[in-house]
Design a protein around this ligand. Sequence first.
Ligand code: SF4
Length: 97
Amino acid sequence: MDENDKNDELKPDDLGQVAKNFIGAMKNWQAAGRPVVTKQVWNERLSICRSCDWWQEIAKTKIARCRKCGCSTAKLLLATSKCPLNPPKWDVVSNKS
Ligand code: SF4
C-alpha cells in the first residue's frame, strides 16, 4: 500500500461512509434475492483478504474488517459483494449457493 492509498483508508470518523457502504451492499443483496456464496468461495475470499494490505484482524476482539470499505467478514458471505479495489481482488458471483 503506497502513501496515496493511505489517503483512501477509512478513519474512525468515517462511520457515516461505512454505514453508507453497508446499506448499499445490503440493498443490492436484498434486490438479488439474498444470495450467499458457497463455503469454498467464502474461504477463497477470506484467503485473498487475509493476504491484502487493507485487511485488519484484531486477535483480542476477533474483529476483522477491510480498511478500504469498512466492511467485516460478513460482506464476504454475500454473493452480490465485491472487493472495493479497482480492479477488484474478488468479485460478485452470479449463481446462488
Ligand atoms: S475487500 Fe479487497 S481491499 Fe478489502 S481487504 Fe479484501 S481484498 Fe483487500
